[in-house]
Design a protein around this ligand. Structure first.
Ligand code: BT5
Length: 325
């Protein structure tokens, strides 16, 4: 669903250093050269910089640091995920926008993404810090044909997709998954996942997979309460992260794994999850709404339930909890 302006931008992004002529664009997109020129004008006002090369056309030489649809699109290999993007500068929470869109019938794979959130939220209404222009703050609306009881598994599917996307982009550290919804680097949180659901009694209508990733913050961008517990990909990688590429890579993996989960069940996902887990085998303390359980995390079940072995050998399964390692 790219706009004409984004279609033009996408062609420049894919052409890299090769010039594109106004005439080529006009023919390719079926609009006048004047219309092309006006779109280029708008793009320049947004911070894109074009160089004119005599007799050849234009080259894109500068881009603003944004997670705009055309840039995400240029890295996508999916069929459905991210093919419909709602990009906003500032929102209360991408989850709220996604709720509205899902109720209005948004298609499977619709993406809501913003540069900042004023009321980003974690689980149980905890606040989520969303520094402007530095992270990935997004919600993907998916419509799998599954019963509501399977919704929590999608948090684990998303964790596997994100951790593999991070591993394919960053080479200087190893991220690990902390059950159920965190990704950590050297013990500090870089990613949180929040899965919400619209459902009938027996069928999921839509899942809203909210993903918050600290990408380009530096340590002093974090508020005092997060200083010792949060980190960003850029801090650990010691390089600037290409956010549109990260977003698209996550969507590429996510579509692959969601489809695989629907086709083959949880088994292949469980194997991928265990490969990147930093929780299994550790002595942990799990705080659920009802109790505190201490013991050794021994695995996850086919339903994504975390199994903890107590001192006395008894095994308890938890569906949702905060974990301390
Ligand atoms: C989560 O909750 O980790 C889920 C976070 C989901 C955020 C995304 S962003 C896009 C979408 N739109 C939203 O409004 N939300 C989703 P939980 O496990 O409850 O962890 C919340 C805790 O993480 C907070 O209480 C803080 O201690 C910590 N925290 C808050 N902001 C953080 C950040 N930017 N980086 C690391 N830790 C953070």
């Amino acid at each position: 669903n790219l706009t004409m302006k984004d279609e033009i931008l996408k062609r420049f992004l894919l052409a890299k250093d090769n010039p594109i002529s106004g005439q080529f664009l006009a023919d390719d997109l079926g609009i006048s050269r004047t219309a092309i020129w006006k779109h280029l004008q708008t793009l320049q006002e947004e911070g894109y910089v074009f160089e004119t090369i005599k007799k050849k056309g234009y080259v894109l030489v500068g881009k603003p640091d944004k997670v705009d649809p055309a840039r995400i699109n240029s890295f996508l290999t999916t069929e459905r995920f991210g093919r419909n993007i709602h990009y906003l500068d500032e929102v209360t929470s991408t989850q709220s926008i996604a709720h509205e869109l899902a109720r209005e019938g948004a298609v499977d794979g619709t993406l809501v993404i913003a540069e900042t959130q004023t009321k980003g939220k974690g689980r149980m209404a905890r606040p989520w810090e969303s520094t402007k222009g530095k992270g990935v703050w997004m919600t993907i609306i998916i419509r799998p044909d599954v019963p509501p009881s399977q919704a929590p598994q999608f948090t684990l599917v998303a964790a596997v997709a994100i951790v593999n996307a991070i591993k394919s982009i960053c080479k200087n550290f190893m991220p690990s998954i902390k059950w159920p919804n965190d990704i950590l680097i050297n013990g500090r949180k870089c990613t949180g996942i929040l899965t919400e659901m619209l459902a009938e009694m027996d069928r999921v209508d839509a899942l809203l997979i909210g993903i918050g990733i600290n990408a380009n913050q530096q340590q002093d961008d974090f508020p005092p309460d997060l200083q010792t517990i949060a980190t960003s990909l850029s801090i650990e990688e010691k390089e600037e992260i290409n956010r549109p590429q990260l977003v698209a890579t996550i969507l590429n993996y996510l579509e692959l794994y969601c489809d695989q989960y629907i086709r083959e069940g949880f088994k292949p996902i469980k194997a991928l999850w265990e490969e990147s887990s930093g929780t299994i085998g550790k002595q942990i303390k799990a705080t659920t709404l009802r109790e505190v359980i201490e013991g050794k995390a021994i695995g996850i079940t086919e339903n994504g339930v975390l199994e903890i072995q107590l001192e006395n050998g008894e095994i308890k399964g938890v569906y949702s909890a905060d974990i301390e390692i």
